[in-house]
Design a protein around this ligand. Sequence first.
Ligand code: ACM
Length: 526
Amino acid sequence: MLNRLVRIWWAAVCSVAVLRVTAADIVPMPAHVEKTGTELVFSSFRIKASKTLSGEAALLEEALSGQGYAVGKGAKITLALDEALSPEAYDLQISDGGIKIAGGDAAGVFYGTRSLLQLLDASPKKGVLEGLHIQDQPRYAWRGYMLDESRHFFGEEKVKQLLDVMAYYKLNKFHWHLTDEPAWRIEIKRYPLLTTVGGTGSWSDPNLPAAYYTQEQIRDIVAYAAARHIEVIPEIDMPGHATAANRAYPELTGGGTPDHPDFTFNPGKEEVYAFLTNVLREVSALFPSSYLHLGGDEVSFGIKAWETDPDVQALLKREGLDDVKGAERYFMIRMADSVKMLGKRLLGWDELLDVGVEPEHTVIMWWRHDRPGQLKKSVSKDYRTVLCPRRPLYFDFIQRQGDKWGRVWNGFNPLEDVYRYPDTDLDKWNLSETEEDRILGLQANLWTERVQNEDRMDYMTFPRLCALAEAAWTPREVKDFDSFNRRMEHGYRLFDRLGIRYFRPDRKEPTGPVRKDKEDPMDFRD
Ligand code: ACM
């Protein structure tokens, strides 16, 4: 419904203002931009905002000071809420009398300030702004990025930089993959071995000392993100991808395969449910997000061991379950109950659709692009659904034919495919209006088996993150890939200033500083 309303609203806006509609040097491109023919000289500035918007005002002041503008008698910037606007929407007016930013909520005001910062950064005459009236709101409510820190650990400073750039491009969900096979990265006070033992090693070096986030660091990062209107959603993967936890507490294991030893938690052991519920209790208290992500993916990698495990076999008998798939379902439904008991909503990968968890309490992340049937099942069974298909939204995959940086997996994920998502697929899927309304938005995922340091993390992320931001924010009718590429010139300058190493479609080699890769060739295929 919302998508349809946005389209109707957009058509109405175009019909009254078509002659003056223009573009602005902003990524993601706003829904509607009108030139007003005036000009504002911006040398010093003063911000007027109510108490409720003091956080947004402080971050704007900090960013403007960072761009070299001083607080003074110059341009007056007014920040205000406007109940007539929807959540996250904003209205930005620049005239010779000053700047007014109104938002449907504090997030909308914040996004208006990000647009202003980008306009100042892109202005051909430093300190002069063209008169504009921007009316803007996102296409999708979910605009997310996932970082896997189990395979490789990047740390607080790098994560904060990522959050800064996400906020600059109006992304609003940070999905944090904190546990998996190589390591467990979040401190749980009740089970210290999870980090002191489970936190050691990485995908590329099993001998590294323990690296993880303390609860204090987690609280700090969550608050940092919240100030930038980013919700942080933790993922504690289960019952598969549990190897690091099982290394710390071997009594929990349900076994695995020679390639994936101790891959699962044991669904037949009662103490596993108590353990995981205690873990989720601590996690849930650390993250204000209404979601807990329990993974639920690829259990088939390790489920074979359940066929001969005495505890699982006893469970099947006791509960009258047909087979080990039944044990997986039983496990997931019990853990979904724990999530509900903690007052949270369940988030999980699309395998959860085969488990029968309740649609009203669950959000599905559709990742298996080669199984469009799973997406259809999700939206037709009333699950709110986030699109994060491997093609084109897994950012660990290489970005062009022959590129030697990143993972080679049955094709590649170029910038343009990210940008154009999901429009061509939407045309193909032929979803009903109700089904399409179940799509909450888009998310890209950075798995880090082949991303072993910051250089690689940056190179795989930027500028695809910006293409994702525009795909998730900008109305379909306004998207224009050539224009995006032109506007990204300002983004590249930002990356240069931040010391970020990035991909450019017009260059063969990565751009930006070389840090850890000097003796560490990035050619790292599977
Ligand atoms: C996944 O890529 N295993 C969700």
